[in-house]
Design a protein around this ligand. Structure first.
Ligand code: CUA
Length: 160
């Protein structure tokens, strides 16, 4: 009993393809200088997340050596900190984003990476990532949230 050479070749090719798909899912980099470390979250008051002390003064807070917490409030139609005030962190830092919505469901997507989450009212979207490249990133809301949805943008500057 012998397997035909072409049959064997295609068998191997299909197995490699499957292994490739699995590897993409398991090891898939978040992309372009960003590595996912953790994603979990918590609850906030649905009516007004900013009532929670964490979100009273959104922005960048250093929590350790190369570690930062970034609090972001999303609302129709802006992020705080948003396009006018970039989120600035040093290259190589580990950043935990805490993102809450004041009104409807928004998105928080760092364009060109897989750093992407829904921001659901009443919940804190929480993501820890590492920024390895000094460059700037564009942030976009990717959940349709109303007429000026396309204006909901932000900037992350990873500085050397
Ligand atoms: Cu917020 Cu779309």
């Amino acid at each position: 009993m012998e397997i035909h050479r072409f049959e064997k070749l295609w068998l191997v090719a299909s197995l490699l393809l499957i292994a490739g798909f699995v590897a993409t899912i398991v090891y898939g980099a978040v992309g372009a200088g960003v590595a996912m470390v953790d994603n979990s979250g918590g609850q906030v008051a649905a009516s007004d997340p900013t009532a929670s002390s964490d979100f009273r003064d959104p922005g960048v807070y250093q929590t350790g050596d190369g570690e930062y917490d970034v609090y972001v409030v999303a609302r129709q139609f802006s992020f705080t900190p948003g396009s006018g005030t970039p989120i600035r962190v040093p290259e190589g830092s580990e950043v935990t984003f805490h993102i809450a919505s004041r009104d409807v469901t928004h998105g928080f997507n760092v364009v060109g990476t897989n750093l992407n989450t829904m921001v659901i009212p009443g919940q804190v979207a929480q993501l820890t990532v590492e920024f390895d490249d000094a460059r700037s990133y564009h942030v976009a809301c990717n959940e349709y949230c109303g007429a000026a949805h396309h204006d909901m943008t932000g900037t992350i500057e990873v500085v050397p």
